[in-house]
Ligand binder design. Structure first.
Ligand code: SF4
Ligand code: SF4
Length: 161
């Protein structure tokens, strides 16, 4: 989804993604039931999920001083693109709930995103990402976490705008 902002080569040289600090576990990716069943049936039945309403948050596994996603292999994510969750497709953006509004924030951890001027990111949000963010808010509201960690807010919206 974000390939016009971050290239495959950028990610291949970086490999920060899919590992979480303890205070980031609240934002571990969440999956629809269909995505969760695909993982159980095709990748590893033993991967654990926490059921929250109608979605499933994957349980991270301990990795050195951090945690990592159990779907991360040496070659990268084991999931085919069509089964990747919105959280991963949209990262380093986050869509969060903040009071009676929704916000689009960005992670501070991506070295490529950190080099891009916020104006460019906001332009991308307005032209491409906002429509997708609104659809997720409408179709899968349980996937939206509360605003946390004081992340940099790039954009604010409500779904009726
Ligand atoms: S942190 Fe950014 S550049 Fe690094 S792997 Fe993740 S998306 Fe790619
Ligand atoms: S599902 Fe794939 S892309 Fe998402 S955190 Fe796990 S390994 Fe990374």
């Amino acid at each position: 989804m974000l390939s016009e902002l971050i290239s495959r080569e950028d990610c291949a040289n970086c490999k920060i993604c899919c590992k979480f600090e303890p205070d980031e576990l609240i934002d571990a990716p969440t999956f629809t039931k269909k995505q969760m069943q695909y993982i159980k049936n095709n990748i590893n039945r033993d991967i654990k999920f926490i059921n929250i309403d109608d979605i499933y948050q994957i349980e991270m596994v301990k990795y050195k001083s951090k945690y990592k996603c159990p779907l991360l292999s040496e070659k990268g994510c084991m999931l085919p693109n069509k089964y990747r969750p919105f959280d991963c497709e949209s990262w380093p953006f986050y869509v969060m709930k903040n009071g009676d509004k929704f916000v689009i924030t960005k992670s501070n951890d991506c070295p490529i995103f950190n080099k891009i001027d916020d104006k460019v990111l906001i332009n991308f949000i307005e032209k491409k990402f906002l429509k997708i963010a609104k659809k997720i808010v409408k179709d899968n509201p349980s996937m939206i976490t509360e605003y946390n960690r004081g992340l940099n807010i790039l954009y604010e919206f409500n779904i009726n705008q």
